[in-house]
Design a protein around this ligand. Structure first.
Ligand SMILES: *Cc1c(COP(=O)(O)O)cnc(C)c1O
Length: 382
């Protein structure tokens, strides 16, 4: 028997064999099983603890009896609702099983072994994964340096310089995960103006609803002007529907139709489609969530600042906190206290932990544990 038969997984493409799987935040049930702790709070995946709109839940309940039917593979009703909501024709919309699937679809559609994809240092970890999976080269643009206007944030100059003749996709998250940093409208628009026509610019706006309050640019107004612009949005964050798995891309219709050639026929379930339509009918809910989250984030920032704990200023529903050398130990101790946060050593940030801004009582638990684990001012000296 040959080696390949004993280990058939080794028959995967070299590109796939070269990948390490994405490590998601630890699920609550896993912590319960492994540590035997209860009353667990998950602050590791930037979910929305306020939950979805009652209208989304009612829409899911109303859709349940039809669960024996395949969903509408073209998501007609949802695309119409999105088109109305956004003020553009439905031909610009592609729906996905979370925006994660759209990232995969974009990579599979536009990348391959003779092409490259660009993203920024400290950019979202899924970007290198989907680029490499196709056999394309990953080109990483250095982030803004410490001491710059926005340390850890995307640097549009290095991103522009990283683009090569074979680059077909540039991934930009605004605001970015895991840093919470953001880009202003004018520089971003100038970047789009200068981007070569042979490169699609993917603007991942997963946290835009949280950042609107801070005046962060929305790429929607630029879609007509830049046919190579692709926007990604999701119902997983401010809409509180992470478990439903639904997101969407807004692009030139020709990009949507290219992706449609490989999109799985029924990629978004009927409950997710119903939930999204319900959620779009209650935007006041999202606004409330964004306001409460911003208030909590500012409260946490003030408390951390008062203690001399450093963090990266954020406009999203999470904070990247600098806890210092002992980040792994602090992460472990937080787990034992029933608090799941996100280590970001994999991002090249071994001194930081990313924490979701949650309900006031959850945040208070985190702040109290951090105070116990981080004597005042200790990590602040670099
Ligand atoms: C959470 C997140 C997404 C959304 O993922 P879904 O698949 O829609 O749940 C996309 N991009 C970034 C940067 C994220 O943090």
């Amino acid at each position: 028997m040959g080696a390949a038969q004993a280990n058939p997984g080794a028959l995967a493409t070299p590109a796939v064999l070269g990948l390490s799987p994405y490590v998601p935040g630890k699920p609550i049930s896993e912590l319960e099983r492994e540590y035997g702790v209860h009353d667990i709070v998950k602050l590791a995946s930037n979910e929305n603890p306020w939950g979805p709109s009652a209208a989304a839940i009612a829409a899911i309940q109303a859709a349940l009896p039809e669960l024996w039917l395949y969903p509408d593979g073209s998501a007609h009703e949802l695309k119409q609702a999105l088109a109305r909501h956004l003020g553009l024709p439905a031909a610009h919309v592609t729906v996905g099983n979370g925006s994660n699937e759209l990232l995969l679809l974009l990579a599979e559609t536009f990348l391959g072994p003779d092409r490259s994809g660009v993203f920024a240092q400290y950019g979202f970890a899924i970007y290198p994964l989907v680029i490499r999976a196709t056999g394309a080269r990953c080109l990483v643009a250095a982030a803004q340096a410490p001491g710059s206007a926005m340390p850890y944030g995307h640097d549009l100059a290095t991103l522009a310089a990283a683009i090569e003749p074979d680059t077909r996709l540039v991934f930009i998250a605004n605001p970015n995960n895991p840093t919470g940093t953001w880009l202003e409208g004018e520089p971003l628009r100038a970047f789009l103006r200068a981007a070569p026509a042979h490169t699609l610019v993917v603007l991942d706006e997963a946290y835009l609803e949280y950042a609107r309050e801070s005046g962060v640019a929305d790429g929607l107004a630029w879609l007509d002007e830049f046919p190579n612009l692709v926007l990604l949005r999701t119902f997983s964050k401010a809409h509180g529907l992470a478990g439903a798995r639904i997101g969407y891309a807004l692009s030139h219709p020709s990009v949507a139709s290219a992706m449609d050639r490989i999109r799985p026929a029924f990629n978004v379930g009927s409950l997710a489609q119903a939930a999204a339509i319900g959620a779009l009918g209650d935007l006041a809910h999202v606004q409330r969530v964004a306001q409460r989250t911003a208030a909590e984030r500012q409260r946490m920032e003030t408390i951390l600042r008062g203690r001399g704990v450093r963090f990266v200023p954020s406009v999203a529903n999470f904070l990247l906190i600098e806890v210092g050398e002992g980040a792994a130990r602090i992460y472990e101790n937080l787990l034992r206290a029933g608090l799941i946060v996100r280590p970001v050593g994999g991002y090249g940030l071994p001194r930081h932990l990313r924490v979701t801004v949650s309900l006031p009582a959850h945040n208070d638990r985190l702040l109290a544990e951090l105070q116990r684990l981080l004597p005042a001012g200790s990590p602040a000296t670099p």
